[in-house]
Design a protein around this ligand. Structure first.
Ligand SMILES: [Ca+2]
Length: 344
């Protein structure tokens, strides 16, 4: 949306105007240096000032880039109905499908050496790296068709409920050096939220956790499998993945189990405490671990899941416990399938 009239057309129309309005235009003309450019998007001028100050990038190039971005109503519609609003019984069938399991096993087998080498280097579990890119993009098949710049301009500058987060991501996108992106900013595509590549990284995640694992000088999360896998593994590692640690186990509650209100999946009670409150883990685990509890509505009724640090780490990728549980179940199914197929 243009916020002021183009000045050239004002000047052309001036001849036909009466004196008083001409005088006003004369006053306007003295202000022309300040008005020579009209921002296309609300807040664009301020954003460009900040990016230019932080990076030394040319404000004209930044403005040209942003002038080419469009507010897309479909992006605002998409963010207003996230899948995480569903109960677990409806969420799970979307992400933990037989197709995604079969494809994950095939993907793991096709790239086994690279996947396991990467997991080993970052001290994380290989099947969880694979499950993340399985849930995010079906192993790179569906990486998103929105222009990343349109997505972040729309949500950062036109969507007040999430503007502070998305404006920050837009600013980071504009500030990232070329070496951190899969191509020129205007050409990047991704999700409606502006996440890119097989692992759907937001710009701040590319900046903080992206890895150039193949050493070609670029973090390419669209085309380089070594970069894609290492970046996801690094994300887990930096958020505190415990090598060999459990993610979550189902729990059977006693009839008198204490009702627990859990705000997020930060591990907060010793496992023994949860047991004392009436939640018995489905398999025995060593004592002394901090845990939390998720109560979800599954197909067969209420499900109780005792969650650990690694579950919390997966929620750093996506805050929803449903997401973390879907990643966990997909990872377990893939690992079982790879093991079964590897056996004689
Ligand atoms: Ca690279």
């Amino acid at each position: 949306m243009k916020t002021s009239m183009p000045l050239l057309s004002v000047a052309r129309r001036a001849k036909a105007l009466p004196y008083r309005r001409l005088a006003m235009l004369g006053m306007l003309a003295t202000a022309i240096p300040a008005l020579a450019w009209a921002q296309k998007h609300p807040g664009q001028a301020q954003l460009v000032r900040e990016v230019a100050a932080d990076t030394g990038k040319d404000p004209r190039a930044l403005n040209a880039l942003l002038d080419g971005a469009k507010r897309q109503q479909s992006i605002i519609d998409a963010i207003s109905r996230p899948a995480e609003a569903k109960p677990w019984k409806d969420y799970r069938p979307i992400f933990v499908t037989q197709q995604r399991i079969v494809d994950g096993i095939a993907f793991y087998r096709a790239h086994r050496a690279l996947i396991e080498r990467t997991a080993h280097r970052y001290h994380v579990a290989p099947e969880y790296i694979v499950a993340i890119i399985g849930v995010e993009t079906s192993y790179g098949r569906i990486v998103g068709k929105y222009k990343v710049l349109d997505a972040l301009v729309t949500l950062g500058l036109y969507y007040p409920p999430r503007a502070s987060y998305f404006r920050g991501e837009l600013k980071t996108l504009l500030e990232l050096p070329e070496s951190h992106l899969a191509g020129p900013v205007a050409t990047l595509t991704g999700s409606y939220a502006g996440a890119q590549g097989w692992g759907q990284f937001m710009p701040s995640s590319i900046r903080d956790y992206g890895v150039d694992a193949d050493g070609d000088g670029h973090i390419d999360l669209q085309r380089s499998l070594p970069d894609i896998l290492a970046s996801v593994a690094n994300y887990f590692a930096k958020h505190g993945w415990v090598e060999g640690g459990p993610v979550t186990v189902p729990a059977r509650p006693d009839r008198a189990a204490k009702a627990l209100a859990v705000k997020d999946s930060t591990p907060q009670w010793p496992l023994e405490q949860l047991q004392a409150w009436g939640y018995t883990p489905a398999r025995a685990l060593g004592p002394g671990r901090l845990a939390s509890l998720q109560t979800l509505q599954g197909e067969q009724g209420t499900e109780y899941w005792i969650t650990f640090q690694n579950f919390y780490v997966i929620t750093r990728y996506n805050r929803s416990p449903l997401y973390a549980l879907a990643v966990h179940q997909l990872a377990q199914a893939i690992a079982a399938g790879v093991k079964a197929k590897a056996a004689p």
